[in-house]
Design a protein around this ligand. Structure first.
Ligand code: 3PG
Length: 210
């Protein structure tokens, strides 16, 4: 199964912020135990690269890198073992570096103009970020009318209360969010709490499956 198919099958992409790479293995274990062997580790902390390395080495979780802003960060993330690259916005340099390295690029695109730019780069799926403040589910529905076949991964402001709004849209491949692994639980070492939140999210997504 390719990475995009695996993300679409999971339907949920937990957005992870790790301050200490020493927590990475336990966090990955918590997500796997919760039934979600997927993580997007954000390049917002100095621990990102080592965290990706530790998680990817387990072999039981699909690890991507998030908040990737430059081609150099693509190189760092892929060298650490990232299988996909997520960006908040659309950067030609980032996407082209991903394509050179053969890894999936998931850049943000929220306007018709940004989506056309993504299509011109050969992409079939974009992140829709920040989803909640960019029109949410109705905006995705409106954009999917002209952009037939394009898939979205809405992220930003998504949680249990509105998950169904997004997962009910056929153009939504998966939904991303941090609600399954809040930073304070990671910092507190409450990995059982993360497993519980993850399991709840997985059960909710399964119940919403069309
Ligand atoms: C992201 O990086 O994609 C977002 O920060 C996640 O947004 P959320 O915290 O609202 O889920």
């Amino acid at each position: 199964m390719d990475v995009l198919s695996a993300l679409s099958a999971a339907r949920l992409v937990p957005v992870v912020v790790l301050d200490d790479a020493a927590d990475a293995d336990a966090l990955a274990g918590a997500l796997v135990a919760g039934g979600l062997p997927v993580a997007e580790v954000t390049f917002r902390t100095a621990a990102a690269q080592d965290s990706i390395r530790a998680m990817a080495a387990r072999g039981d979780i699909l690890v991507g890198a998030g908040t990737i802003l430059t081609a150099a960060q693509v190189d760092q993330a892929v060298a650490a073992g990232a299988s996909y690259i997520v960006s908040p916005g659309l950067s030609r340099a980032v996407v082209e570096r991903c394509q050179e390295l053969g890894v999936l690029a998931l850049p943000g695109a929220i306007t018709a103009t940004e989506i056309q730019a993504a299509l011109e780069l050969g992409l079939t799926t974009v992140k829709f970020f920040p989803a909640g403040t960019s029109g949410g589910a109705p905006a995705i529905k409106a954009l999917s009318a002209p952009f037939v076949g394009l898939k979205f991964v809405p992220t930003g402001g998504v949680g249990p209360k509105n998950l169904g709004d997004y997962l009910s849209i056929s153009a939504v491949a998966a939904v991303g969010g941090s609600w399954m692994c809040p930073r304070d639980l990671v910092t507190a070492g409450d990995f059982a709490g993360i497993t519980a939140l993850t399991a709840e999210a997985v059960a909710l997504a399964a119940s919403l499956r069309p």
